[in-house]
Design a protein around this ligand. Structure first.
Ligand code: SAH
Length: 261
């Protein structure tokens, strides 16, 4: 049996290859095999030749690959002596199950490293001209998952407490449940005209941004047909965008433009 290999848990950043860290870029070239899902985005994924990558995102038939399969595959490849890059969108430890993968590797005795990435939670808003903190508008920022059903009693996200911070709320995985948590935040006392922005496919070639308020954003989402992956930014900072937008150069295509499908 060959010597045990090595796993690099690597954050890809939000999707623009220029926002990969120098280390991530180097590891993509050096790895024997790169395990990835769709989140790093088409531009970054295509940097790795087909024969050196495995998609552990959607399987044929549209089902999600179970996390157990990914964990098992990481160990299997490492035990074959391979240098494996587990490429994860954004930062590997921000809502990416990177922590679980790391603990699995540790339990199985596989050596690993963690390579932080630029999280979409900060880069998404930034690319849209929205600073997540601002001396005049927000002195704290919370990163939360919108994926849970907030009406469930066991919800781990305390929307009342978040509303009470007065700071910026950045919601990941928050497209589908937008109606539920905007209602929670309104119920918790946030003003109906609180600015909200949706940043879809941030830093990808077809990034789009849609803005509204807590009261209007669900209609805005529906009209623009915003889909995952997207970041929701709730708070006064979301209005900053309108003040800088005319001079903001960079990524986005106009909202409502046809998607590249
Ligand atoms: N580890 C990732 C987050 C994984 S959870 C990170 O640090 O960015 C998946 C969620 O991330 C998506 O539902 C979406 O809310 C967000 N996301 C990731 N990449 C994104 C991108 N390029 N644009 C918008 N949202 C993104």
């Amino acid at each position: 049996m060959s010597d045990v290999g090595f796993v690099s848990l690597v954050g890809s950043g939000p999707g623009d290859p220029d926002l990969l860290t120098v280390k991530a870029r180097r590891l993509l070239d050096e790895a024997d095999v790169v395990l990835h899902d769709k989140l790093p985005g088409p531009e970054i994924i295509s940097l790795v030749p087909d024969e050196r990558r495995e998609d552990v995102g959607k399987r044929a038939g549209g089902e999600w690959t179970p996390q157990e399969y990914t964990n098992k595959r990481l160990v299997e490849l490492a035990l074959e002596g391979k240098h494996v890059v587990r490429l994860k969108g954004g930062d590997p430890f921000v809502f990416g199950r990177g922590g679980e993968e790391m603990e699995h590797l540790a339990r199985e005795g596989i050596p690993f490293e963690v390579v932080p990435g630029i999280t979409s939670a900060i880069a998404g808003p930034a690319a849209a001209g929205i600073p997540v903190t601002h001396r005049d508008h927000a002195s704290s920022v919370s990163f939360v998952t919108g994926h849970e059903d907030p009406t469930k009693e066991e919800s781990a996200v305390d929307w009342d407490a978040l509303a009470a911070t007065g700071g910026t709320i950045v919601v990941l995985m928050g497209v589908g449940k937008l109606p539920a948590y905007t209602a929670e935040l309104l119920g918790a006392g946030l003003a109906p005209d609180t600015p909200v922005a949706l940043v879809e496919r941030a830093t990808w070639p077809d990034m789009r941004v849609a803005t509204g308020t807590l009261e209007t954003i669900v209609d805005v989402r529906d009209e623009a047909e915003i889909e995952p992956p997207a970041i929701t930014v709730v708070g006064a900072v979301a209005a900053t965008r309108d003040r800088v937008r005319s001079l903001l150069q960079g990524y986005e295509v106009p909202t409502g433009s046809v998607k590249n499908e």
